[in-house]
Write a protein that binds this ligand. Structure first.
Ligand code: T3D
Length: 259
């Protein structure tokens, strides 16, 4: 329906779920869907009641990348990437809470790389990942050139990118491209259980962990050690660290609240 939201928003406890909602086009990105997703992500970042984010797709696909019919997206691919995909990928990579991609079906093109850029990727057994770009004479975007070699090494990254072959979820897990594969019927339950678990942890420390790991890929060992010292110093001055240590000594569950 024309007036349906392009991103569905749901909340369960401290977990926010955003569902890409253009199922007839496998949730491929139009400029309008970019706008709705960006607003929904900004709302998560601004809401201290949200402590974990789950990103998924409606229907049988996760996301088929750029909508190849979308005129509003423009035909200047470089401009579209600068204006829409780059801010989206950077927004996800800098969220103050952990981000789980719940990959319910095919993830292709930019849709695959947006999923892979999330902190934890859990896929249904029937899902698949496709670096579809080479099929339409493009290179991997939405962070693909940066992520793929880091996730699976140059040989596998090039194999995936050059062939554009469909990689079934189980093969993606074996390659180390994603965290886990679960049966289709268990996808939502298992993802939500993990999301609730992460939401109860120190999400400030989890977000700092992601940042430190990403930063370290661009640092030498001495600089990475200095970065760890700096970040650890900041975290250890926070209320969550005091609570974590107190809970350990009291033999009780910690109640974290920093964000
Ligand atoms: O501006 C820029 O272009 C720069 C940005 C680029 C970023 C990118 O993401 S480039 C890569 C774009 N994505 C693709 O090339 C993937 C295209 N889709 C496919 O190859 C296939 O649909 C899949 C392999 C993902 C799934 O195949 P299958 O057989 O399961 O489904 P299908 O029948 O191909 O698709 C179902 C419907 O979704 C179909 O519509 P219809 O015929 O039922 O009305 C199909 O046209 C539509 N659809 C799927 N992907 C897209 C799409 N419509 C528009 N854009 C799509 N990307």
């Amino acid at each position: 329906m024309a007036d349906d939201p392009l991103v569905l928003v749901a909340q369960t406890g401290a977990v926010r779920t955003l569902t890409l909602n253009r199922p007839a086009a496998l949730n491929s990105f139009t400029a309008a869907m970019h706008r709705e997703l960006r607003a929904a992500l900004d709302a998560v970042a601004a809401d201290t009641g949200v402590r974990c984010l789950v990103l998924t797709g409606a229907g049988r696909g996760f996301c088929a990348g750029q909508d190849l019919n979308d005129a509003e997206g423009g035909f200047d691919a470089g401009e579209v990437i600068e204006r829409l995909y780059k801010p989206l990928v950077l927004r996800i990579a800098s969220m103050p809470v952990p981000v789980i991609a719940m990959v319910n079906g095919v993830a292709a093109g930019a849709g695959a790389n947006i999923a892979l850029g999330c902190d934890i990727v859990i896929a249904a057994r029937s899902a698949s990942f496709i670096q579809a770009f080479s099929k339409i004479a493009l290179i991997p975007d939405a962070g693909g050139t940066w992520l793929l070699p880091r996730l699976v090494g140059r040989a596998k990254a090039l194999g995936l990118a050059l062939t554009g072959d469909k990689l079934p979820a189980e093969a993606a897990e074996r390659l180390g491209l994603i965290w886990a594969v679960v049966d289709d019927a268990a996808l939502t339950e298992q993802t939500m259980a993990l999301a609730q678990r992460l939401a109860a942890m120190s999400v400030k420390a989890l977000a700092a962990t992601r940042r430190a790991l990403d930063d370290a890929t661009m640092l030498d060992l001495a600089a990475a050690l200095s970065n760890e010292a700096r970040v650890q110093g900041e975290l250890a001055r926070g209320a969550d660290f005091r609570e974590g240590v107190a809970a350990f000594l009291d033999k009780r569950s910690a109640k974290f609240s920093d964000r």
